[in-house]
Design a binder for this molecule. Structure first.
Ligand code: 2M8
Ligand code: MG
Ligand code: MG
Length: 259
């Protein structure tokens, strides 16, 4: 069994970033050596810290919505896989697109740590880590849905796509994604560990749909996003929808499938 989980609003409380309700399950999974693979919009710099805190250091993780993948540290090679469009290229493309059409958005590069701390409720240190993007860019969309559709077209013309997290939007290489990253890691488990793993995924936001579509069984954790999640196969045998948000919903999902 492999567990792929989103962080904000799923394993972590969306406001406080607390995971206590999930702690006993995390301990049990660690005892049983079931990998918990973090799969987030967050940067690798942020996830490095969070992995330590959760006792998951050394395991693979997926950062920046799949634009950055960390293999298990014991695998050869264990080098990070980073999307071919680097953060600076994406920022440059965003600046150009904004010049041509007057889209209204504010990216993490437009502001300082203080503002990111205000937006996210993260402390200053974590806010600094949140802007250490390697292969994506994070922004607040301040324009209409119609403009968003035009923005998506402009991005596609540059080989980019945009995905929606909880509070923010994330722009990355169109060839990358949480689904692509999950499939790649499952293949690495086959190659390096000789496993044919069963996969369980947990997520709360629209950007988690590709993740939840790529796993055998899925938990949709109750989220704050008004758009919610639409899955290809939402049958009750495959998908559990939690009653509670965040880590309490995460625990509920594992109780449902693994108890
Ligand atoms: C952003 O990610 C969340 C998760 O879905 C969002 O889009 O709302 C990222 O900038 C991440 O790096 C940051 O830690 C998080 C903080 O809430 O926000
Ligand atoms: Mg989330
Ligand atoms: Mg996320």
């Amino acid at each position: 069994l492999l567990i792929f989980t989103d962080l904000d609003g799923t394993l972590l409380d969306i406001h406080t970033y607390d995971w206590q309700p999930a702690a006993s399950w995390l301990e049990r999974l660690q005892d049983e050596q079931i990998p918990v693979i973090l799969c987030s919009s967050k940067t690798a710099a942020e996830i490095d810290d969070i992995q330590q805190e959760l006792g998951l250091a050394g395991l693979p993780f997926i950062a920046e919505n799949g634009a950055v993948i960390q293999p298990d540290v014991r695998w050869e090679p264990a080098t990070r896989v980073v999307g071919r469009l680097a953060h600076d290229d994406i920022s440059h493309a965003l600046a150009q697109i904004r010049q041509h059409a007057s889209f209204k958005f504010t990216s993490f590069d437009d502001v300082d740590e203080g503002v990111i701390a205000e937006w996210t409720g993260l402390n200053r240190v974590r806010s600094q880590l949140a802007r250490r993007h390697e292969a994506s860019a994070t922004l607040i969309w301040r324009d209409s849905d119609e403009q968003l559709a035009r923005f998506e077209e402009a991005l596609a013309a540059q080989g980019l796509k945009i995905v929606q997290g909880a509070r923010f939007w994330h722009v990355l290489d169109a060839r990358c994604g949480k689904d692509v990253a999950v499939n790649w890691l499952v293949e690495q488990y086959r190659l390096h560990e000789g496993l044919e793993p069963i996969t369980l995924g947990l997520g709360d936001g629209p950007n988690d749909a590709p993740l939840l579509d790529s796993v055998n069984v899925a938990v949709v954790v109750k989220g704050i996003n008004r758009h919610g999640i639409t899955l290809k196969d939402d049958s009750p045998a495959r998908v559990y929808h939690s009653q509670r948000p965040g880590p309490a919903g995460w625990r509920e999902g594992l109780d449902h499938f693994l108890s």
